[in-house]
Structure formats: C-alpha cells, structure tokens
Design a protein. Sequence first.
Length: 257
Amino acid sequence: MLDRVIAAVTASRKYAAIDAQVTARVCEESLKKYPKWKDAVKAAKNELHIMHESFLTDGGYKAAYAQLENGLPDADSCRSLLMLHASTKERAEYAEQVCEMVSQYFTEQDTLCDVGCGFNPFTLPLYAHLPAKYFAYDISTESAALINRYFGMLGRTDYRAEILDAVTAVPAPCDLMLAYKILPLLEQQKKARAMDFLSEAPFRRAVISFPLKTLSGRERGMQAHYSAFFEEQLPEKLQILQREIIGNELFYVVKRA
C-alpha cells in the first residue's frame, strides 16, 4: 500500500524534485492517519505542498538559472533572485538589514549552516563578510542543484548545498545556524519537533525567525503566538541574545548557555 501511495504522489511533476526519502516519510505518516490510499495520497500531497511547493513562484528555477547565466549576482541583482521564492520574496525588501544583523554573529573563520535554505544563499553579497564554510540544506534536489551551481560560480569549495529532512535529522556542527521560518513547519509535521530540533542541532549560535504574516498577507496574531511559543518552550540550554522584528519577520538570536 505504501508503495502505491508513493507512486501516486511522485507521478505528479510538482513533487518530483522533493527528496525521495522525505516523500516516503510523508507518505508513510499520511497512510497511518488515512488508511484509504486515495485519502493518504491527498494528505501527502497537501503536506508536501505546504513544505515546499507553496513557496515557489511559477518558473522560479528556470528564471534563476537564466539570471545566473548573466553572471555572478551582486548586492543589487541578488534581490531579483530572492523574488523568485515566496519565502525570500517577503524578505527581499529588508534583506540587507537582516544580513547586517546576522553578520555580527559569525566571523570569516566560522562555519554557517542554513536549514530550509530555499533561495536564501543568494543573500551572500549582502553580508559584511563571508564565512569560511557554508552548508545550505533543503528538501528539494532541484533547489540543492541550483544553489550548488551558484556556489560553484563563487569558487568556494567549502560551500555546498545538501538534502536534509529536519524532521528526522540535524545539520552538521556549525558556529552559526540559520533557521528562517522553519520551526513552525517542523512543529506542524511532528509535535514538539521544533524544540527537539533546537536541542539536538550542534550549533554555537542560531538565528531563528518566525513569520508575522501568512503568505496571503494576513496577520492573525502571529507575533503574540510565536513569541509565546518560542520563549516559553525554549530549551534551558539555550539563551536568547537578541529579539528583533525586521519587516514581516520576528527574529531571535540564541546561543548555548
């Protein structure tokens, strides 16, 4: 039955780029909740859409590759790449301010991990300096290929994009971890996973953000909700260094206590 559900989901081109192990996990979990295979297929597709497809603009990958063909993006042109992904599109207007804040928390000798990166690595031209190593993680093989193409253009051999299912795994050890708007997605897929992930991930510091509006632009009391969720449930081993609202995002900087 599971193979049948997976086959039905992966038959859709929309989900073909999502890592096979991620798709298999979502299908298995959907089948446990919905024993009828058609219901399981529908639930799995909906979950994968929320995790990945809802953030993509039409022709986003094609447009990104086309822009890279014109040369390495600079601080001005990188914003047009950010506009091709719904998550970074919301941040494009104030990306420079975000990168200025983040730059305070890593050095040129540090390792940076970017979990659920999407198109965020394209903000690299906006940092005050670059890390020695950069690991970008996504659930899409297509996203990873695009970002690796970009890293290759940069000529940085210690920069790479990889697949990571943050519901079941954590990134490599790093000095600074970026986790922009990913904790709500983890919590939705598995209760208590958001804080478990923060406890398990081997970082010294992390910059974590939460959305203040839905993708459709509605607020719905998200600031109060996510502030309470994060501050009340934050593991004791983590200490908040900074809390700041930039644009439509609530940012926290935390460190190991």
